[in-house]
Each structure stands twice: as C-alpha cells, then as structure tokens.
Design a protein around this ligand. Structure first.
Ligand code: NAD
Length: 502
C-alpha cells in the first residue's frame, strides 16, 4: 500500500479498530461490499491510494430492513428522549473533532483547518435539532363540524440521502440530524470518493445512543447503489445534494415510485460590488467567497460583478490577494487552499480556465498551465469576462472567479439573474435602501449584504431554478422530514350519518 493509503486506513481505524479496508455500515457493522472495486487517489499527489468494493445492490436490501426496524424502535421513544440522545451525539462528535478532521482531510484533500470547522458544525447541527424533537408538532383545527380535528407530524419513514464529495461530513450531518430528530431511519449514500467520515459519523452516533441500524451508510457508486436504493420500496423520501445533471436523474427515478425529493444542487452565484462599498472588506471577502475550499463550494461567489468605476482597482485588489493565498498540502495547518478533490474535476477546472482565456478573458491571477503531481489549481481571477462567456454560465466548482463589469444597479440585477442557477448571491454597498432592493430582486435562495458565505443550521437553505428545490436547515428542514396526518374525532353524542344500514 502507498503511504497515503496507510495514513488513511490508520485514520479510519480510529473509528473502526482493526479495519483492513472500507465497507458499508449496516445494522451496526462494517460490511464489505459485493460490487465492483472503487479506486481512490490522493488528491495532493495524484497517486493511487485505497481501493474498496462498492456495496452492490444486495446490501441495499439489508440496509433498508435495518433502517425500517430501527426507525420503529426510535419513533417509539418519547420526543424528549430522542432529544437527549441527539445531545449525546453532539457531545460525542465534539470529542472527536481532531481525529474526524484528520480523516476528512486525508479522504477529501480539504485543508485540515477547514475540516475542523466543518466537524464542529456537525456537532452544532445535532445540538440544534435535539432542541426541536419535542417542539415540532401538529395543531388543533377549528373545523365547522362537531369533530375534534388535529394534525400529527409523523416521520417520512426511511429516507435516502445522497451526498457529494466537496463537504462530506458537513453534508452528512446537515441531512442526518434533522432526519433522525423527526424520527426517521436513514440510508446514506455518500460520494464513492469520500465515504470515510460518513461511516465514522454513523458509528459515533450509534455509540452515543442512536439505535443500531438507524443510520446506515452505503459506500459505492451512484449508478449502482444510489439507483438501487431509490428503487427500494422501503425508501419514502430522497434528499440529494450534488450536481443538477445527477439531480435530474435522481428525481426521475424517484418519480417512477412517486417518492418526493429535495434537491440541493449547484450554483453560479453573483457577488455584486457597488462603487460605494467598503472595497477593502469586499475584496477580502470576495477571495474567501470563491477560493475557500478551492472553490468546491455550491455557494461559491463565482461571478464577481463589479461596478465599472471601481472595476480595475477592485479586480487588482482581489488578484493581488489571490496570489498571496497559501496553497498547499491538506494536512498542513498553514494551508488555506488545498487541491481539487479528484482528477475528473481537476481536468474540468483547468479546461474552463483555458476556455475563459480562449474566449477573451485575461488572467489577472492564476495560470492555465497544469502542474505536475496533485490536483492543485492556483487561485485564479479571470478579468474582462462578459456574462455570455462559458466561464460565466457553467459551474466551474474550482478556485476560479469570473470578474464582470456593470454600470447601473438595474444592470447588476439583470446580470445576476441571467443564469439558470439560483443558489446564492451578495451585494456590497453602503446604501441601505439599495441593499434591500437588490436582495429582493436577485433570484436566489440565500442572499448576503456586505458579507458572503455565512450559513447556519438555524437558517433555511436551498435553491431557486437549476439550484434545486426543497429546503434544508432551520425549521424548514423539519417539514421535509415529516408528513402531516389529519385526525378527525367525532365528539357529538348522536352525530348524523349520511346513510348506512344495520
Ligand atoms: P454528483 O452529482 O456527481 O454526485 C453527487 C452524489 O450523487 C454522489 O454520491 C454520487 O455517487 C451520486 N450519484 C451520481 N450519479 C448517480 C445516479 N445516477 N444515481 C444516484 N446517485 C448518483 O456531484 P459531485 O460532483 O459529487 O458534487 C458537486 C456538485 O454538488 C456541484 O454541482 C455542487 O454545486 C453540488 N453541491 C450542492 C450543494 C447544495 O447544498 N446546493 C452542496 C454541496 C455540493
């Protein structure tokens, strides 16, 4: 085995002592897959790392029956008891931030400091939803008959969650916490490239008190395990986080079984800088908005719209900052931007940079040259971009920002909305009325004023248009993970009947 494979396996064995390879986590056990081998690579070197076997369709059935059984057990507890367990899970995750962050960093290529923050956020998600377990309930409806009519909030049942490689542990906690808070069982299908921390999280949660088999992790490919899970009759809801093309395939497969979906998809978000803004703060934040996570973030501020009067000055500030960002090895504490997660994505990012240059954009920072070894991409600023260029329309999902000039507020809004996506956006201005006007007019599920990328489990999150539908986080996620039952109880002593014979 390569050195990376050794390190990865050792980090994994912290959670699964004695593990010799990866598998799926089903009914409290790490089970070896039965499908095709999955080859993993070290993003920092491009060299082959571990291999493991795809779960295969047979394990889906095992996972589904485990989730169904455990879900009944879990739902039979009191709401408050579920909340207590979730708080225990939150504490258990907090106690494992360092080993979990190391596993995430080795398994995904993300900088270790980002991983620490994301694991801590997962703990917060369990804590937040622990508080909701006994506070999300039905109501009594004043119907115009002699009935007592009330609603019950019941779990969706066994939910399938399919997550991407860019924020593995974060997206896992993000969806698992509200699902189990509302009494559901879970089948989680993480990206075949990054299943490590989802497996570890399921294990920690179970050790902290979730019933055995409530959260099952199926490691493997989407077209095999993912599709088999969508088709499984036990699955009653699908929550997908990933690209629009895959989202459409998933929604299609779910529709065949009349199973509802939540789709959290990609973005091409506009970060709009007006000339009256605090340019220094805006330039610092514009860098974090696109370069954090090497741009592999759904909400990345990938279109930087700058008012023409300050365009050259502002783009020069962002480009100068981009050149100073510390790009390096994932496990190095000083690293601010790590490699791209995988080869296919690296090739896509590099080809988009070349496309931008071919279409007439200029490289204010970064390079169209490929490095040797590892999937590193220098923070890249493309200047002189117009919104009809490919680099302004396609999700690059890398550390590449397209800087587009505009003249008026109206034009800025028009450019921001001239996209199929609608995930996020931002406006930088000191004019408070303009800030609210623009926030109201940009078609996006999240909008920031004089800031970027703040998200919190308490606040709803989701897309408009090609960025998806349904909402995650906050109270809105609880509607997604429950269904409403209306109960009618006759209270009249001698109620009339329409007809009937004895
Ligand atoms: P992807 O769509 O390629 O894969 C996502 C998941 O879907 C993986 O688990 C994959 O195995 C699975 N999958 C692939 N094909 C499938 C199929 N035919 N049936 C069932 N499952 C299948 O996405 P990715 O490349 O892993 O992630 C990047 C994308 O995710 C970007 O578009 C990014 O914007 C998006 N994303 C969105 C959010 C959000 O909240 N809106 C968050 C993170 C990432």
């Amino acid at each position: 085995m390569t050195q990376h494979a050794d390190l990865l396996l050792a980090a994994f064995a912290h959670f699964f002592p004695g593990a010799k390879t990866l598998g799926s986590y089903i009914d409290g056990e790490l089970v070896e897959g039965q499908g095709e081998p999955v080859q993993l690579y070290d993003a920092a070197t491009g060299l082959a790392s571990l291999t493991y076997r795809d779960a295969g369709a047979a394990l889906v059935d095992h996972a589904a029956s485990s989730a169904r059984r455990a879900q009944r057990e879990w739902w039979a507890l009191t709401h408050m008891a579920r909340g207590r367990v979730m708080n225990d899970v939150a504490r258990a995750i907090r106690a494992q931030v360092e080993p979990m962050a190391r596993l995430e960093s080795l398994g995904s290529g993300k900088p270790i400091r980002d991983c620490r923050g994301e694991v801590a956020k997962v703990s917060e998600m369990f804590e937040y939803y622990a508080g909701w377990t006994d506070k999300f309930y039905g109501s009594v409806i004043p119907v115009p008959t002699s009935h007592l009519n009330y609603t019950r909030r019941e779990p969706a049942g066994v939910v399938l969650q399919i997550t991407p490689w860019n924020a593995p542990v974060f997206t896992c906690g993000w969806q698992v916490a509200p699902a189990v808070a509302m009494g559901n069982g879970v089948l989680l299908k993480p990206s075949e490239l990054t299943p490590f921390t989802s497996l570890a999280l399921a294990r920690i949660a179970e050790q902290a008190g979730l019933p055995r088999g409530l959260v099952n992790v199926l490691a493997g490919f989407g077209h095999t395990v993912g599709q088999a899970a969508i088709a499984h009759r036990t699955v009653s809801k699908v929550v997908f986080v990933g690209s629009p093309a895959t989202g459409a395939r998933i929604a299609e497969a779910a529709a065949r079984r009349v199973v509802p979906c939540v789709l959290e998809l990609g973005g091409k978000s506009a970060n709009i800088v007006f000339a009256d803004a605090d340019l220094k703060r805006a330039a610092l934040t514009a860098q974090a908005a696109i370069f954090a996570g090497a741009g592999q973030s759904c909400v990345a501020g990938s279109r930087l719209l700058v008012q023409r009067a300050v365009y050259d000055e502002f783009v020069a500030m962002v480009a100068s900052g981009a050149k100073q960002i510390r790009v390096g090895a994932p496990l190095d504490d000083a690293t601010e931007v790590g490699p791209i997660n995988n080869r296919k994505q690296y090739d896509h990012v590099m080809s988009m940079i070349a496309r931008g240059v071919a279409d007439g954009a200029t490289l204010a920072a970064g390079s169209a040259e490929r490095g040797d070894g590892g999937y590193f991409v220098a923070p890249t600023v493309l200047a002189g971009v117009t919104n009809d260029m490919d680099v302004a329309r396609t999700e690059i999902f890398g550390p590449v920002v397209a800087a587009i000039p505009f003249d008026t507020e109206e034009e800025a809004v028009a450019i921001a909305n001239d996209t199929d996506f609608g995930l996020a956006g931002a406006a930088w201005t000191t004019d408070v009325a303009r800030a609210h006007r623009v926030a109201a007019q940009v078609n996006a599920g999240t909008f920031w004023v004089n800031g970027y990328k703040t998200i919190n489990v308490a606040s709803p999150f989701g897309g408009y248009g090609l960025s998806g539908y349904g909402r995650s986080s906050g109270v809105e996620a609880l509607y997604e993970y429950t269904q409403t039952k209306s109960v009618w109880v006759e209270t009249a002593e001698a109620p009339p009947t329409a007809f009937g014979y004895l």
